[in-house]
Design a protein around this ligand. Structure first.
Ligand code: NAD
Length: 366
């Protein structure tokens, strides 16, 4: 069991919520239960200083309630920093529904979940995450306006992946500017790991810029389809990490930068869409020691949240693009700050996000 010291008091088994290691002064944690639909959900509201807590709902067959609670605590905290560093007036929140999305999700369960979201009067705004679809968000929309990521036909902003990919591309260019002195990616070798919704759109930007792109994926069908569309190379080796390359773009799973891969990595830059790329914070320090520039994932993959924010603020496409392009400036600033303060880019990004929140808080209290 995790244990933690808060105000000099050691918290442990007898303090099952505030004692969790992933608890980080979250404002509110809501446990939702409905016997009739079988709904068991937890809504985590980490911080609402900058605005309502926005974050997706994940439906997952968690091994136990601790796992679900820790996931919602960790993810909602991450959303606070993502919104803050992106300059959005949003707080951080997230929800988890405990169960198998394939077999246990029903419209009744989704509506009941929507009622719980509604009971928070807009303090938490939900969206799609793992195990959720646009149709599920449409169902939630039947009972509450506090939902984003709904169908375009119902006023939603549509698929966020192309915008996410554009933001990743901007972050990658900024990292190149920092590392190589030029943000031109022509002739740079880029390995894109995972060519799903975001990965494929990223490949298109890279090819248009003249980068030398190599792709990997578990799906042979996807690989063939993307190769025939863009004329890129498929990786056929056995150890992607030890290949010589300029840029590694993880666009599949998290935690690929870990004890196993880190010493083999030959990339000069890591910039991709996957969430939580560093298995642990110390891997960020190890990258820095090895001179590998890491563009923080939560900063450069923020295009998706910019897209749903547009739904709330009624932004047009131009404004979405402008805000996403700004990821370039923010990434460059963060990398420079990380160098100047001798901290990892992740730490520099979190510190910048915290400063913005603290500044707003002090303005509120004046
Ligand atoms: P996706 O499911 O469409 O694509 C993921 C791809 O990765 C699939 O083609 C899958 O076959 C492949 N893959 C899985 N395991 C792999 C492995 N071990 N090696 C190589 N390929 C593998 O997902 P997506 O929407 O493109 O998102 C990609 C990543 O970016 C995810 O980690 C997601 O959480 C993150 N992200 C996505 C968005 C968004 O707007 N879609 C926003 C922020 C972050």
């Amino acid at each position: 069991m995790n244990s933690k010291v808060i105000s000099g008091k050691e918290l442990s088994k007898a303090d099952p919520v505030f004692g969790q290691l992933s608890f980080d002064d979250h404002e509110q944690i809501v446990f939702c239960n409905d016997k009739d639909t079988g709904l068991k959900a937890i809504i985590g509201i980490h911080n609402t200083v900058l605005g309502p807590a926005l974050g997706g709902t994940r439906m997952w067959n968690y091994a136990n309630e601790w796992e679900a609670l820790n996931d919602v605590l960790r993810l909602s905290r991450g959303m606070t920093f993502k919104a803050a560093i992106t300059g959005l007036n949003l707080g951080g929140g997230k929800a988890v529904i405990i169960g198998d999305a394939k077999t246990q999700k029903t419209p009744e369960l989704m509506r009941k979940f929507g009622e719980f979201v509604h009971s928070l009067s807009g303090k938490y705004i939900t969206a799609e995450d793992v195990g959720m679809t646009t149709e599920d968000m449409d169902t939630v929309r039947e009972v509450t306006p506090y939902v984003t990521g709904i169908s375009e036909s119902k006023g939603g902003a549509g698929n966020p992946s192309p915008i996410t990919a554009y933001g990743v591309f901007m972050g990658m260019k900024a990292a190149a500017k920092f590392k190589f002195g030029s943000d031109v990616l022509e002739d740079k070798s880029v390995f894109v790991q995972g060519i799903g919704n975001v990965g494929e759109a990223l490949v298109e930007h890279l090819v248009n810029e003249g980068a030398k792109v190599t792709i990997t994926d578990l799906s042979q069908e996807r690989l063939e389809s993307v190769r025939s569309k863009y004329g890129v190379s498929i990786y056929t080796g056995k150890d992607l990490y030890s290949e010589a390359m300029d840029i590694y773009a993880p666009c599949a799973l998290g935690a690929t930068i870990n004890d196993d891969s880190i010493y083999r990595l030959k990339a000069k830059i890591i910039a991709g869409a996957a969430n939580n790329q560093l298995a642990e914070d110390r891997h960020g320090v190890m990258l820095q020691e090895r001179g590998i520039v890491y563009a923080p994932d939560f900063l450069i993959n923020a295009g998706g949240i910019i897209n749903v924010y547009a739904e709330l603020e009624n932004y047009d496409r131009q404004e979405i693009i402008r805000k996403t392009e700004n990821i370039y400036n923010t990434t460059l600033e963060i990398l420079q700050r990380s160098e100047a303060n001798d901290v990892t880019p992740n730490v520099a990004a979190v510190n910048t996000a915290k400063e913005r929140i603290a500044k707003r808080k002090s303005e509120h209290s004046k």
